[in-house]
Write a protein that binds this ligand. Structure first.
Ligand code: ATP
Ligand code: MG
Length: 140
């Protein structure tokens, strides 16, 4: 299995509760390496652009407000089959449906404030990484 990259966000509900380290530890223990990381406060334009695929969904406005409600940590993660590995440790979107031992089961507050984002395909991972990082910021 090849080493690939995915894109992760530790969302405002997690940074607010001082869970940056706890969430990162779960990612690392799942076999993912933090190849790039920065703590940012997204602008409205960034949040709307990032979630553009959800623009027509009823929760889009609230989702954008949530994502700009506090700092987030954007990360590039590397590992074998990184997209799937990350999605597996994240757990289901709704924490009520997430498996025991996943990040969302352990820490998420609600279907919206669900602590982490992870890319859902290699193609989207590449786009999302390029949305937030320059190549020289990904140091391995
Ligand atoms: P993410 O893209 O953040 O990794 P996901 O792929 O599991 O999560 P998506 O369907 O892409 O889920 O939804 C993107 C985000 O929108 C979710 O993580 C969540 O924060 C929010 N969201 C999804 N469904 C709802 C909903 N029904 N009500 C409120 N917020 C929602
Ligand atoms: Mg998604």
């Amino acid at each position: 299995m090849a080493v690939t990259r995915t894109f992760s966000i530790i969302k405002p509900d997690a940074t607010r509760r001082n869970l940056t380290g706890a969430v990162t530890k779960m990612l690392e223990e799942a076999g993912l390496r933090v190849a790039a990381s920065k703590r940012i406060h997204m602008t409205r334009e960034q949040a709307e652009g990032f979630y553009d695929v959800h623009r027509e969904r009823p929760f889009f406005g609230e989702l954008v407000e949530f994502m700009i409600s506090g700092p987030v940590v954007v990360q590039v993660l590397e590992g074998e089959d990184a997209v799937k590995r990350n999605r597996d440790v994240m757990g289901a979107t709704n924490p009520a449906d997430a498996d025991e031992g996943t990040i969302r089961k352990t820490y998420a507050e609600s279907i919206e404030a669900n602590s982490v984002h992870g890319s859902d395909s290699d193609e989207n991972a590449a786009k999302e990484i390029a949305f937030f990082f320059n190549d020289d910021e990904i140091v391995g």
